[in-house]
Design a protein around this ligand. Structure first.
Ligand code: PAF
Length: 284
C-alpha cells in the first residue's frame, strides 16, 4: 500500500490506474478508523479495482469551540488497518496542501444541509462539500463510498454531485453498530464507561420509535419526539435534535400514514462527545 501526500502525486497515480483500465474508489475519512470505515473499504472492492482511503482532519468543517484540536489522529494505526483491509493507497495531505495560503473558494450546498446538523453546526456542511470536492479533484475517483451514519452528509454530497455534474458515483453504506447497539464513531473514543453506557439510549430510543410507528402508524412525530427526548435526557444526554424525515427529500414528516421511507435522526451530547445516530423504516 502506498502513502501519497501531495495532490499532484495522487492525480498521477489515479491517472495511471485509469490508463490501465482500473476503476478507482475513494473512501474519504478523517482517520481514527473503526470497523465502520473498514466495512466501507470492503464494500468499495465490489465497485472498483483500486481503493484509496483519504485521511484528513478537515479544519473547515469544525466550528468554533468544537473538537478540531482534540480530534484523534492515530495515523500509523490507521495506515496499518487500511493495509490489512487491502487498500491500494492512503492519501494523507497536509492542511497546507489542501488549503494553500489565501484559499478563498468554497462549495456550498444551500438546501439539504440547512436543517439538523447544518443548523446546529453553522458552516459545517460548507466545509464538508468544499473538502469533498477537493478530494475528488485530487483522487479522480469513479465512485465514492460514504457511511449512512452521517445520513444528512450523504444527502448533501449526493445533491452536490448531482448539481455540479461530478462524474462520480456516490454509494451509501449501512451504519455499523457495536454489539450492544452503539453506532460506531471515531468520537466514541471520548466517552467514559459511564457515558458510553448512557449513550446506548440513542439506539434504544430509535428502536423504540420504529417499533411504535410499526405498531401504531397513527402516532404523531411530536409524541414520539417527546418520548425519545425523555429516554435520552434521563440517561444523561443533552438532545440537540430528534427529527422524523422522509428519507429521500429530508423533509420533516407531520405523520406516518403512507409516509413511505422514514428516517429518524438524532443528535445528542454525552460528556465531551456529540453523537449522531439514525434508523430507517419503510411504511406502505
Ligand atoms: O465523514 C467524514 O469523516 C468527513 O465529514 C469527510 C466526508 C471525510 C469530509 O471531511
Amino acid at each position: 500500500m502506498q502513502q501519497v501526500k501531495t495532490i499532484a502525486q495522487m492525480q498521477e497515480l489515479s491517472k495511471q490506474w485509469h490508463f490501465c483500465g482500473d476503476k478507482v474508489a475513494v473512501i474519504p475519512t478523517m482517520g481514527a478508523l473503526h470497523e465502520g470505515h473498514l466495512s466501507l473499504i470492503r464494500l468499495a472492492k465490489k465497485y472498483a479495482q483500486k481503493i484509496i482511503v483519504t485521511i484528513f482532519v478537515n479544519p473547515t468543517q469544525f466550528g468554533e469551540g468544537e473538537d478540531l484540536d482534540a480530534y484523534p489522529r492515530p495515523l500509523k494505526e490507521d495506515m496499518h488497518l487500511c493495509d490489512l483491509e487491502g487498500a491500494d493507497a492512503v492519501f494523507t495531505p497536509s492542511a497546507q496542501e489542501m488549503y494553500p495560503q489565501g484559499s478563498s473558494t468554497w462549495v456550498d450546498e444551500t438546501q439539504v444541509g440547512l436543517g439538523l446538523c447544518g443548523a446546529k453546526r453553522l458552516g459545517h456542511f460548507r466545509g464538508v462539500t468544499t473538502i469533498v470536492t477537493k478530494l475528488f479533484l485530487a483522487v479522480l475517483p469513479d465512485c465514492a463510498i460514504f457511511g449512512e451514519k452521517d445520513f444528512q452528509q450523504l444527502a448533501v454530497i449526493r445533491r452536490m454531485v448531482r448539481d455540479l455534474n461530478f462524474p462520480v458515483e456516490v454509494i451509501g453504506a449501512p451504519l455499523i453498530r457495536e454489539e450492544d447497539g452503539l453506532a460506531m464513531s471515531s468520537r466514541n473514543r471520548y466517552l467514559s464507561n459511564e457515558e458510553r453506557s448512557n449513550a446506548l439510549s440513542l439506539s434504544k430510543s430509535l428502536n423504540y420509535a420504529l417499533e411504535e410507528i410499526k405498531n401504531k402508524p397513527s402516532i404523531t412525530p411530536e409524541i414520539l419526539k417527546g418520548e425519545m427526548h425523555e429516554m435520552i435526557e434521563s440517561s444523561g444526554g443533552q438532545v440537540d435534535y430528534i427529527e422524523f424525515l422522509n428519507a429521500e427529500s429530508l423533509q420533516e414528516l407531520d405523520g406516518f400514514m403512507n409516509a413511505g421511507e422514514i428516517r429518524v435522526l438524532v443528535a445528542a451530547k454525552f460528556g465531551p462527545a456529540r453523537l449522531i445516530d439514525n434508523m430507517g423504516l419503510t411504511l406502505g
